[in-house]
Design a protein around this ligand. Structure first.
Ligand code: ZN
Length: 352
């Protein structure tokens, strides 16, 4: 039976230190979107009421039943408009649901991770895409992953300056953009640093960090400053080497190809496009959760990448990914718990 792990109100002292008997059961209510009644509770300290639903991601959602379908649809390469047509939702509703789900999955991804096991190897690369206009607003997306498990540690987008073949029309378009918005900033170095830092947080337990990338001139300095000069072995591969399965960077190239396939907005020669890069970042979070927690590492495998690294006990289903709210860090309820056990307590129990 479900037990609330704490009082959900942050201002209440029972939020941080709930103790064993901080609540009383306080009847039921019958939501119109659910077949079964929902248990309500009252906090003994602040005397405010809440329910099992207060701890769910779909708290206050109008159509909670559509959340898993919406998640799977976007994680399968469809765009927001086509998803809204298929589900019979308005475009606005689909957008808002997508944002809520993606922000939730970002927290879930962070809450479930622990330290990388010995023998882990980090691989890093940057892929290019754009926001709104391919000619004038290119983006760089640094991606960091663990090589053997194919666990994607982090990916985010950064604006870069237009480069490549310049036709007359393209130069004119760039001049016009600069006149309206000022020169386009190049924030890729900053975002590479942020992505590598996410890796360093997970690699704290490793005696030495093995880091693989291509030969871009700025990477060695980034690797030394993030992981520590005496603490990193940097293996570099020429990016002109053919991209077959025997290429040392095949795992990351393959993961990027997968991302381009499963995220319509990253696909080349496609009508789908991110209009603003902050929503591309949310899309990346959704894809990372799908890749790390739900999908098998390879089709022949049973395990997900997170499972191989010991971050999850098994592959999670779409319903579990979208189950409990994750905004209380590691004190949030574990996605596969039915009774309401927090992630931290479940970890401690497993370790014992
Ligand atoms: Zn309370």
């Amino acid at each position: 039976m479900f037990r609330p792990p704490c009082c959900p109100y942050r201002s209440c002292p029972r939020h941080c230190s709930p103790g064993s008997d901080f609540f009383v059961r306080f009847g039921f209510y019958h939501p119109r979107c659910r077949p079964r009644p929902v248990q309500r509770f009252r906090c003994r300290t602040c005397r405010r009421t809440f329910s099992r639903q207060t701890f769910r991601l779909d708290y206050r959602d109008q159509r909670p039943d559509l959340n898993p379908r919406l998640f799977l649809s976007i994680a399968s390469g469809l765009g927001l408009r086509q998803t809204s047509r298929n589900l019979g939702l308005s475009l606005r509703c689909t957008e808002l649901k997508f944002r809520k789900i993606a922000r939730h999955l970002r927290r879930l991804n962070l809450n479930l991770r622990g330290l990388l096991p010995i023998g882990s190897v980090l691989q890093f690369d940057e892929l290019e895409t754009y926001e709104t206009r391919r000619n004038t607003r290119p983006l760089s997306v640094p991606v960091l992953m663990e090589r053997t498990s194919r666990y994607v540690i982090w990916a985010e987008s950064a604006p870069i300056r237009p480069k490549g073949t310049m036709t007359k029309a393209r130069r004119r378009a760039i001049r016009e953009e600069e006149r309206r918005f000022g020169p386009r900033k190049d924030l890729s170095a900053r975002s590479v640093k942020r992505v590598l830092k996410r890796g360093a947080e997970l690699a704290r337990g490793l005696p030495v960090v093995v880091f693989e990338s291509d030969e871009k001139a700025s990477y060695p300095a980034h690797a030394r400053s993030t992981f520590g000069a005496g603490h990193v072995v940097h293996r570099r591969t020429n990016s002109r080497l053919a991209r077959g399965a025997w290429n040392p960077l095949f795992p990351i190239n393959h993961t990027e190809a997968l991302a381009r396939d499963l995220m319509g907005r990253l696909r080349r020669e496609s009508w789908l496009v991110s209009k603003k890069r902050r929503y591309l970042d949310l899309g990346l979070q959704l894809w990372m959760a799908y890749r790390n927690l739900l999908r098998r590492r390879f089709n022949r495998d049973e395990e997900s990448p997170a499972e191989r690294l010991g971050f999850a006990e098994r592959r999670l289903g779409p319903g579990e990914l979208l189950s409990w709210r994750q905004d209380w860090g590691k004190d949030s309820i574990h996605p596969s718990s039915r009774r309401g056990t927090p992630i931290s307590r479940r970890r401690r129990r497993r370790a014992a």
